[in-house]
Design a protein around this ligand. Structure first.
Ligand SMILES: C[S@@+](CC[C@H](N)C(=O)[O-])C[C@H]1O[C@@H](n2cnc3c(N)ncnc32)[C@H](O)[C@@H]1O
Length: 308
């Protein structure tokens, strides 16, 4: 029987982000996070003869949202390979790149993907179902110190060491394979009142590690910096402080660590000009309509140098 599909994903900050791309009808654009295709469809509605949109998603489920449009090309790949795929498609420079980071609602709503602690099922969390380690592989094989680092760095969890230690103890007797089994082990560590918030952090940390999100983001941002034409726009929507810091750094300094290069006179050499100094966030109405937009932050930068 076909599973009933609820809305795949409701696009966040749709108009402000697509407006920020300064779309010209005959320009070349990239959406590195296609998902439900909400942003891509809005971009396509602004394209005419000569216009082109390349959209990436590493999740094969996103392919069901592909649009039939002569200006559109879908790339089922991790966006860390942005440079290679632009070359493959004969594109040297682009007018704007949009990234709407993280997972889609579909990931949280599909009980079989293992992203949500609302459901039981395999502890998976891979956005690309064909590659890499699952969350179960990580909790069962990672060395205790590394596991603690994952919870501390990617979940900002204060009790990361304790978490790692109870997991390592539990897995010594039996492999942790399902979300239910994992919850039984970690739930006793959290107060009832804060349980949901803390579990969300634990799951976020594992998801970031499973999908190597920080590494992929950094590689994509460097490739995007190179691919943009002077005057081209980099438009990024982030959902947590770790990815937001990396995006802010590259936009301010051209470097993901935020270490600015300076010229002989001490002037910062950055490939970008910030378009919005203050981040753009969803208004009350959007948050009420789509509570998952609550943590979104939109950052926009314009390429000023051609030699980076
Ligand atoms: C927040 S959703 C994007 C939603 C989309 N803007 C829309 O309006 O429907 C993020 C999407 O990016 C994909 N994604 C996340 N990281 C990726 C990566 N490194 N490479 C390719 N796709 C990625 C996810 O699979 C997910 O479908």
């Amino acid at each position: 029987m076909m599973k009933e599909e609820i809305t795949y994903h409701t696009p966040v900050l749709l108009m402000p982000s697509v407006d920020a791309m300064n779309i010209r009808p005959d320009g070349t654009y990239v959406d590195v996070t296609f998902g439900g295709g909400g942003h891509s469809r809005e971009i396509l509605s602004r394209l005419e003869d000569g216009g082109r949109l390349l959209s990436f998603d590493q999740d094969e489920d996103a392919e069901r949202n592909i649009v039939n449009n002569p200006h559109f090309t879908f790339v089922r790949s991790n966006f860390r390979y942005l440079h290679n795929f632009l070359r493959y498609h004969g594109i040297e420079k682009v007018d704007a790149i949009l990234a709407d980071l993280g997972v889609s609602s579909h990931h949280f709503d599909d009980s079989e993907r293992g992203f949500s602690f609302r459901f039981d099922g395999a502890l998976d969390m891979r956005m690309n179902k064909r590659a890499g380690l699952t969350a179960a592989d990580i909790v069962n094989t990672c060395e205790e110190g590394k596991l603690a680092d994952i919870f501390y760095l990617y979940g900002e969890l204060k009790n990361s060491r304790k978490l790692a230690s109870v997991i390592v103890k539990a897995r010594a007797t039996q492999r942790i394979a399902t979300i239910g089994e994992f919850l039984e082990i970690v739930k006793p560590l959290f107060d009832r009142e804060r349980e949901k918030k803390e579990l969300a952090k634990v799951f976020q940390a594992l998801r970031i590690e499973v999908n190597q999100e920080m590494e992929a983001l950094k590689e994509m941002l460097y490739a995007a910096t190179k691919a943009l034409k002077p005057g081209g726009r980099l438009v990024v929507i982030t959902y947590h402080s770790l990815e937001d810091r990396i995006v802010k750094n590259i936009m301010k300094t051209g470097n993901v660590e935020g270490k600015a290069e300076k010229d002989f006179f001490g002037n910062v050499l950055t490939p970008f000009r910030l378009v919005n100094n203050k981040v753009i966030v969803p208004d009350k109405e959007e948050i009420e309509r789509n509570p998952r937009s609550r943590s979104a932050k939109l950052r926009i930068a314009e390429k000023v140098m051609n030699n980076q």
